[in-house]
Design a protein around this ligand. Sequence first.
Ligand SMILES: Nc1ncnc2c1ncn2[C@@H]1O[C@H](COP(=O)(O)OP(=O)(O)O)[C@@H](O)[C@H]1O
Ligand SMILES: [Mg+2]
Length: 258
Amino acid sequence: MENTELHTINKDESVISITGLYKSFDDVQVLDGIDFTLLKGENFAILGKSGSGKSVLIKIIVGLLKPDKGEVIVLGQQVDKLNRKELDALRIRVGFSFQSSALYDSMNVYQNLAFPLTMNYRDLSKKEVGNAVEEVLESVGLKEKLYQMPSDLSGGQRKRVGIARMLILKPEIMLFDEPTAGLDPITSNEIIELINEVKKQNNASSLIITHDLTCAKNTGDRIAMLFEGKFLKAGTFKDVFAMDNEHIKGFYNYNFIQ
Ligand SMILES: Nc1ncnc2c1ncn2[C@@H]1O[C@H](COP(=O)(O)OP(=O)(O)O)[C@@H](O)[C@H]1O
Ligand SMILES: [Mg+2]
């Protein structure tokens, strides 16, 4: 799986560009000078321990949190300068898959998937919505679960529906927050394959934030390790883990005791 897609990446075109990003809460400096570029067509994985600031970074990218300092440009727009309407428009183009999958428990799978579509495109016919839901559900391998309730699904299936709900708006950038958290190794591998598959199918760019070494290794064309608010290094998995750095080496142990 290693970097076979790298040749399809457009090195001239960045879809996310972050420079000198700082964010603290009270006296805790969570992000302490982050520079980062997501190139069009690449999968970039950010690896970091629990509490290292991964979710904060994603929330800043989608404008849910404001940076203290630094520039965050997503699809050519400076996120913290956007008004409500511009932000809503941007969020259609930038899909966000939550750690918890965040499905509506009182809605079946069909309704969960139709919801973002009908909210954003009010003039779609029932048939158009139905077709889109079926197509996206098929692409995550859950065609037969259309009328199930989330509570009837396994953890892996809920993740798939969460990913389908992101895909239905055909995002140009996909953000995955801990896509494999809480899953057994076999289900994790299925989700990893799905992340790689949907990126190809949708010709999108993905940012995957994870504490799971296997997930970072097998999804990331490039990875970066987030440690004490900074990226220790960005590069291929091989490059990063070839570094003689105690924190990077320590990550192996961290994963084995998870
Ligand atoms: N809205 C907030 N207010 C105060 N502290 C926060 C907030 N969001 C995150 N934090 C703190 O920022 C740090 C990083 O959190 P987070 O990005 O969620 O970590 P993770 O890498 O596990 O996703 C944690 O110490 C967390 O308590
Ligand atoms: Mg998190």
